[in-house]
Ligand binder design. Structure first.
Ligand code: NDP
Length: 410
């Protein structure tokens, strides 16, 4: 049906390539382009071995709009899936506009010099995409992505109004390393060390990074985890599109070892994103740190355990207070067996493939313009999650359980 181009041959790009290749009735031709051609070729070889599908590869610097434009003109795809880094979002959107290609990503734009990831830069493209008759689907990963869809689905089927939203991202996996990040270390550490913002009383409230924590007991016997409140971009679009939300918070689990290492790295200045002079050369400490940390794309073979990501949603139905918890549990080892990647890359790559599928089929993003996930009908996406490797569960909680994050064991 459609030719696509995937930009970014990292952990997530590999999963997107494998999952799209599994669905060759929709994705009839696949091109994978990234900064390092050898990484594209290694993924292409794995895709061929696992699915028999041959994908084309190309080298590209996605920061350079003319270079992307030239590649898009040569390949003429219907859709560009951006799973490079958030820094490339605007350059890739510009290239899509110039060549008439639809656009999809999994993380919102962030300027390299400031760890401030916000939608306003990409929302500003609304008119341009509308005028060009093109569609852009933003944040089609797990969080953002599936968490937006879980919230929209809960509103459609369980609530008249949603008032409280807690998004809880637990990685109960063990990669066997003293310190490693689940996805790109530079982006991950910028996100985790940024000042926390959560939505309350009609505005984002700021608190120091990782200064608020709680304990969360995962369902299905996964155990108890320390979770830390932090800023995450889906709160910005969800509170805009579901204005009845009084409070939205995002929580992520971190092990004591992760927190200990992060504290030391911060204290010694290794997480700085400004330039420092070293032996006559300018380096950014966080980028140097990324170079010595394990590559998240290589963690799959050693990672065991499961992820558990979901939304605790409290609101009103028929005049009564009501609460639900919608979640997915994903097994790292099963992901590795299927596509050769760990669960965090898998839980991001599968929703990117589903968003692309629904956009190309015309089910989602039904008109030209820039779309967030929750602006679309959640039902087909929820059905595709079930069909393509990320089954989900919805359980009803008492309002008290929702307030205290206690999920009763089945
Ligand atoms: P990786 O670092 O593993 O992969 C990024 C890839 O992009 C690398 O192959 C890198 O090339 C390539 N790249 C970087 N800069 C450029 C450039 N200028 N031109 C071309 N290619 C470039 O990251 P992940 O796969 O872990 O993450 C990918 C994206 O997914 C990120 O934006 C991340 O924020 C997002 N994400 C979203 C999640 C969600 O749930 N919504 C969760 C996890 C991640 P090279 O190999 O040469 O460095």
């Amino acid at each position: 049906m459609s030719k696509i181009i995937i930009i970014g041959a990292g952990g997530v790009g590999s999963v997107v390539a494998h999952k799209c290749a599994q669905l060759s009735s929709v994705f009839t031709e696949i091109v994978l382009a990234s900064r390092t051609l050898a990484k594209c070729d290694a993924i292409a070889a794995s895709v061929k071995e696992r699915t028999g599908v041959i994908i084309k590869t190309a080298q590209i610097d996605a920061d350079l709009v003319p270079m992307t434009v030239a590649l898009l003109k040569e390949e003429n795809p219907s859709l560009l899936i951006n799973v490079a880094l958030p820094y490339q979002d605007l350059a890739l959107m510009d290239a899509c506009l110039e060549t008439g290609v639809h656009y999809l990503d999994t993380a919102n734009y962030e300027p390299p010099e400031e760890a401030k990831f916000e939608y306003h830069w990409q929302w500003a493209y609304q008119d341009k995409f509308e005028k060009a008759g093109l569609k852009a689907l933003l944040g089609s990963g797990f969080d953002p992505g599936v968490t937006n869809v879980f919230t929209a689905w809960a509103l459609k089927h369980h609530f008249d109004t949603i008032e409280y939203l807690d998004i809880i991202d637990v990685n109960g996996g063990d990669h066997g390393q003293a310190f490693a990040t689940n996805f790109n270390p530079e982006i991950n550490i910028r996100e985790v060390t940024a000042r926390c913002r959560h939505w309350e009383d009609g505005a984002f409230q700021e608190t120091p990074a990782l200064s608020t924590s709680a304990t969360f007991t995962c369902p299905e016997g996964l155990g108890e985890f320390s979770i830390y409140r932090m800023y995450h971009e889906e709160m910005e679009s969800l509170t805009k599109h579901i204005p009845t939300i009084k409070r939205a918070q995002f929580w992520m689990s971190f092990s004591d070892a992760y927190i200990k290492h992060l504290e030391v790295l911060q204290n010694v200045g290794m997480t700085r994103i400004d330039e420092v002079e070293y032996h006559g050369q300018k380096i950014i400490p966080l980028q140097f740190l990324k170079a010595v940390l394990p590559d998240p794309g290589d963690l799959g073979k050693s990672t065991t355990g499961k992820t558990c990501i979901g939304c605790i949603i409290r609101g009103i139905k028929d005049g009564e207070e009501k609460a639900v918890y919608v979640y997915n549990i994903c097994d790292h080892e099963q992901c590795f067996e299927e596509v050769g990647s760990q669960g965090v890359s898998y839980t991001t790559g599968v929703p990117a493939m589903i968003g692309a599928k629904l956009l190309l089929e015309g089910t989602w993003a039904t008109q030209a313009g820039v779309w967030n996930m929750e602006q679309n009908d959640p039902d087909p996406f929820m059905a595709d999650l079930e069909a393509h490797g990320l089954p989900w569960t919805c359980i009803e909680l008492s309002p008290e359980q929702a307030r205290t994050f206690s999920v009763a064991e089945a």
